[in-house]
Design a protein around this ligand. Structure first.
Ligand SMILES: *Cc1c(COP(=O)(O)O)cnc(C)c1O
Length: 365
């Protein structure tokens, strides 16, 4: 028998979350962001739930080819653009749209021989200071691009640094408008946080294209301020494994490497066939949540490579074979949002879903 662990990708939940993005920005087109192998869900599995999107945005050329191989003929956007000259060949061949964030990329385009002119997204650095032209150089970049025969359409784009946080979007939005107000072309600004928090009330941040990623995968961009229930999102990934043993402990017994947990009184624990080699985070605060047979309990002791140990006190009927839900959807309509587990590990849902290990058998349901 294979090791009793699996992940499920919930395609109907993906479709639901995509519809939530549309509701927030009803007049905009929606990029489903599927970089990082669709945030760990698998491009092919995610596509089954997301093919109602207006386009797919990603980083890796290999992933762009996979989207085309699935039969997608609509827009595909490279969010970091091209890395070298031959990437432009692939853009021409597959009709990929690409971001332009620096002069080197304009040089590559100017030297590129193509019959099909390209649609590019010109990126403004609105304060994140990772990629993009500063406001003082943005317009000359636009002029240069618009003079190239290789370019037939320029969408104006920026990425918001703190749409999920207290600074919000006012400053970058004002900078974007001041820099671009008289330039023609579509606009694209909003990630998930901006789509959920600001797009319903602020048409300027919706622009013509929104770019939701994390919300589509059932994780809240601003947890714990708001969770997936508050945003009306559904979990799209479940990680679950079976109990492969139980132990009866006496007061004072220790559990796992380093004996990091000591039983305060007699209690039962379960041993779950999931560890950090499956993508479950090793660094967890005490009492990280887990579901056993749909009942909420906690992880005790250290996470090891292939196993974790869980407190069975709230689930006395649990035994070897019982189902532990590490995140996602459990039995009897139980849900453990990935954001709660991520918070217990001092990280975000993004990192856990992207880190699902290849050894975990994963199926779309
Ligand atoms: C990843 C990414 C997004 C999506 O961000 P989320 O926070 O996951 O919604 C949008 N735009 C760009 C440029 C990105 O790189």
């Amino acid at each position: 028998m294979p090791r009793p662990i699996h992940a499920h990708v919930h395609t109907e939940a993906l479709a639901h979350n995509l519809r939530r993005a549309r509701q927030c920005a009803p007049d905009a087109k929606v990029w489903a962001v599927v970089k990082a192998n669709a945030y760990g869900h698998g491009i092919e599995r995610a596509y089954a739930g997301l093919h109602g999107a207006d386009g797919f945005a990603l980083l890796d050329l290999d992933e762009a080819q996979r989207i085309r191989a699935l039969g997608w003929r609509g827009p595909v956007l490279l969010l970091e653009g091209c890395f070298e000259a031959r990437d432009l060949e692939l853009c021409s061949r597959l009709g990929l749209w690409h971001t332009v964030h620096c002069n080197d990329q304009i040089d590559l385009l100017a030297a590129h021989k193509t019959h099909a002119a390209h649609h590019v997204f010109l990126k403004l650095n609105s304060g994140m200071n990772r990629l993009g032209f500063k406001p003082g150089t943005y317009r000359s970049a636009w002029q240069r691009l618009s003079g190239l025969t290789q370019v037939d359409d320029i969408t104006l784009m920026t990425h918001l640094a703190d749409a999920d946080g207290p600074r919000g979007i006012d400053d970058p939005l004002a900078l974007f408008e001041a820099t671009t107000h008289d330039l023609p072309g579509d606009r694209s600004l909003a990630n998930s946080a901006a789509t959920l928090r600001f797009a319903p009330s602020t048409p300027a941040v919706r622009g013509d294209w929104v770019r939701p990623g994390i919300m589509v995968y059932g994780s809240s961009p601003d947890y714990p301020a708001a969770g997936i229930d508050a945003w009306g999102l559904h979990p799209t990934m479940t990680l679950a494994a079976r109990l492969i043993a139980t132990q009866q402990l006496q007061a004072g017994d220790r559990v796992g490497y380093g004996g990091a947990f000591t039983a305060p009184q007699a209690m039962r624990i379960g041993v779950v066939a999931c560890g950090y080699a499956d993508g479950y985070p090793r660094v967890l605060r005490a009492d990280a949540p887990v579901l056993v047979d749909g009942v909420r309990t906690r992880v005790v002791g250290r996470v090891s490579m292939d196993m974790i140990t869980v407190d069975l006190t709230p689930v006395p009927q649990a035994q070897a074979g019982s189902l532990a839900t590490l995140w996602g959807v459990g039995p009897n309509d139980s849900v453990l949002p990935i954001d709660e587990v991520a918070a217990a590990a001092g990280t975000v849902g993004y990192e856990l879903m992207c880190g699902l290990a290849p050894r975990v058998p994963t199926v779309a349901v």
